[in-house]
Design a protein around this ligand. Structure first.
Ligand code: FCB
Length: 424
């Protein structure tokens, strides 16, 4: 059991110790892009308060911490010689974790691309995949003696869709289907990084995909087809090539111009485990407009989080057993690398306790049904910078006062701590 965070959402210290500019700095500083103009300049000031934050994990009793490395701290321009001060920070963090008997589980890329790479096309440019592999090698050289479990990418679907297709996240491009090469180049970067990590002795490597069970709005054929298409874009576009070495048929043609010989072999380089981020199922119906081949539909009759996301713990059981059915022996053991909810500002968060309790129950049922789930990470340790929503959505087990940086454990923190104590 662990907790999960991401660099841009908690670190702050955006201009310190030689850190370069990331696309999220640029985006959040562009008027109108984030709620209230919030930025990650300070965030949870974790860059300076990391030791106290690790103590909070000790108090919780977790044995693993999933965090991400800020690429622009390590290579300010995304290429070439590393910035020693950036690497030093993660070195201290990893040592601090080991001192506390908490396994370090770094994610190499959680959306904060160095701006200099974006200026050359970002993930639309194949070159970024090569740069990502170089960066993976640099961090493995420095941390690989102590880090055993690595995650390459976080949620390439969300980065492609929100960042390049719809423009609601950095880098803020609204390319529609023209964003598809971003999927291929991220996956290629993943495959190349796997080899870099492996050659430096990594024991366990995974990719984290955001997955959702897709529910057709009705039995009508048009709704069923829309659901299949949505499933293709959201889930299979990222799971199939990694696990099977193929793209879903209806997407392969669209990707053809950017696929080069050998790419799918690289992308399907064996991984050890699969990271799954689950928040909610998705209900879709036949399109009522021309832009997209599906309509997003509301899920009625269930509670919703502060974000308005439907709470369906059974969806996690459905997702896990569904993955097993779809991929069979090609499915490696799974980690739930993110699961959690946003609640209103306050520390009496019974809503979060119920959410986590329900989802842990779903994982238990999936285990009983033969799905090999190795671990579960709560999103998130701290209230943090929730991307386009700024500081308005609070996902933490620990409340953060963003004026004073005071941390206050919520009821859910105490609930989880006693659960882990009882479990021993
Ligand atoms: C996921 C992101 C994570 C966080 C949660 C709420 O999509 O990976 O950074 O924002 O959603």
């Amino acid at each position: 059991m662990g907790v999960s965070t991401a660099a841009y959402q908690i670190e702050g210290a955006a201009a310190e110790d030689g850190r370069g500019v990331s696309i999220w700095d640029t985006f959040s500083h562009t008027p109108g892009r984030t709620l209230g103009g919030d930025t990650g300049d300070v965030a949870c000031d974790h860059y300076h308060r990391w030791a106290g934050d690790l103590d909070l994990m000790t108090g919780l009793g977790v044995d693993a911490y999933r965090f991400s490395l800020a690429w622009p701290r390590i290579q300010p321009d995304g290429r070439g010689k590393p910035n020693p001060l950036g690497l030093d920070f993660y070195d201290r963090l990893v040592d601090g974790l080991l001192e506390r008997d908490i396994a370090a589980v770094p994610t190499l890329f959680h959306w904060d691309l160095p701006q200099a790479l974006e200026d050359d096309g970002g993930w639309l440019n194949r070159e970024t995949s090569l740069r990502f592999a170089e960066y993976a090698g640099i961090v493995a050289d420095r941390l690989g003696d102590r880090v055993k479990r690595w995650i390459t990418l976080n949620e390439p679907i969300v980065h492609m869709a929100q960042g390049y297709a719809f423009g609601s996240h950095a880098p803020g491009k609204s390319l529609g289907f023209e964003a598809l090469p971003v999927a291929h180049h991220q996956l290629l970067g993943h495959g190349l990084a796997v080899s870099e990590l492996r050659s430096r002795g990594a024991a366990e490597i995974m990719i984290t995909n955001n997955c959702t069970p897709v529910w057709a709005a009705s039995d009508d054929e048009a709704d069923q087809v829309a659901a299949m298409i949505y499933d293709g874009f959201h889930n299979r576009l990222f799971n199939d090539p990694v696990l099977l070495g193929t793209y879903p048929e209806f997407l392969a043609g669209m990707l053809e111009p950017v696929i080069q010989d050998g790419d799918l072999e690289t992308i399907s380089t064996a991984i050890d485990t699969l990271g799954i981020n689950y928040y909610n199922p998705t209900r879709v119906g036949a399109p009522s407009q021309d832009e997209l081949p599906f309509d997003m539909k509301q899920i009625d009759g269930v509670p919703t989080t502060a974000f308005g996301w439907p709470v369906v713990p059974d969806g996690l059981h459905e997702l896990l057993t569904g993955l097993k059915t779809t991929y069979g022996d090609a499915l490696p053991p799974i980690y739930i690398t993110e699961n959690g909810c946003s609640t209103d500002d306050g520390t009496a968060d019974q809503f979060r306790i119920d959410y986590l309790d329900g989802h842990l129950g779903a994982v238990k049922r999936a285990l009983a049904d033969g799905v090999d789930v190795r671990g579960y990470f709560v999103w998130s340790l701290l209230d943090n910078f929730e991307w386009a929503e700024g500081y308005s959505q609070r996902f933490g087990l620990v409340r953060v006062d963003f004026d004073t940086q005071e941390r206050t454990p919520k009821d859910s923190y105490r609930w989880l701590a006693s659960l882990l104590r009882e479990r021993g």
